[in-house]
Design a protein around this ligand. Structure first.
Ligand code: GDP
Ligand code: MG
Length: 176
C-alpha cells in the first residue's frame, strides 16, 4: 500500500452527530455505494477501512461509526482515541441536530490531544424543500470555528465522496 518511498498512511476518522442524521448511510454510500432507507441503529462500534488516492498516493482511512450511543458522553474515549479527523454530521431538516453540533465539537476536543481536521456535514440536502437549517448559518459557524463544511446527501450521493476525500486530503497535507 505504500508509495514509491515505501510510506504507509493510515488515518483514523470518526463520524459523530445526533442519532438518525445519516452517519451510517454516509459511510455505506461512500464505502459500498449503498443506501438503506430503513437502517436501524448500528449495534456496537464499527469501523471500515477504505483506500483513497491522494495526490497519486494510496492512503488508507479507518472510518469509525458510532454505535447508536449518540447521547452526549455515551460515546467512549476509545472511540475518539487516535483520531486525526472527524465528520460532525447534522440533518438539514432538523434544527436541533445543528444546535447540538457545538456539544459534539466540545466532546471531540475534550477527547483528543491533537487538533483534528474537522468537517461540518449537513446531510439530507436532497430534502431541501423541508429544510430547517439555512446553509448560510452553517457556513458562518464553520468559518468561525475553523471547520470544513459541506452539505451532502447519502440518498442521492451528492458530495459524499468529496466530503471524505476533502477531510483525508487535509489530514494528508497536515501530517506529511
Ligand atoms: P445515523 O443514526 O446517523 O447513523 O443515521 P442513519 O444512517 O441510520 O439514517 C437515519 C435515517 O435517515 C434512515 O432512515 C436513512 O434512510 C435516512 N437518511 C440518511 N441519509 C439520508 C439522506 O441523505 N437523505 C434522506 N432523504 N434520508 C437519509
Ligand atoms: Mg448509525
Amino acid at each position: 500500500m505504500g508509495d514509491v518511498r515505501g510510506e504507509h498512511y493510515l488515518f483514523k476518522v470518526v463520524l459523530i452527530g445526533d442519532s438518525a442524521v445519516g452517519k451510517s448511510n454516509l459511510l455505506s454510500r461512500f464505502a459500498r455505494n449503498e443506501f438503506n432507507a430503513n437502517s436501524k441503529a448500528t449495534i456496537g462500534v464499527e469501523f471500515q477501512t477504505q483506500s483513497l488516492n491522494i495526490d497519486g498516493r494510496e492512503v488508507q482511512v479507518q472510518l469509525w461509526d458510532t454505535a447508536g450511543q449518540e447521547r452526549f458522553r455515551a460515546v467512549t474515549s476509545a472511540y475518539y482515541r487516535g483520531a486525526v479527523g472527524a465528520l460532525v454530521v447534522y440533518d438539514i431538516t432538523r434544527r436541533i441536530t445543528f444546535d447540538n453540533v457545538a456539544r459534539w465539537i466540545d466532546e471531540l476536543r475534550m477527547h483528543s490531544d491533537t487538533i483534528l481536521v474537522t468537517m461540518l456535514v449537513g446531510n439530507k440536502c436532497d430534502l431541501s424543500n423541508v429544510r430547517e437549517v439555512p446553509v448560510d448559518d452553517c457556513k458562518a459557524y464553520a468559518e468561525a470555528e475553523g471547520l470544513l463544511f459541506l452539505e451532502t446527501s447519502a440518498l442521492d450521493a451528492t458530495n459524499v465522496h468529496t466530503a471524505f476525500h476533502s477531510v483525508v486530503k487535509e489530514i494528508y497535507d497536515r501530517f506529511t
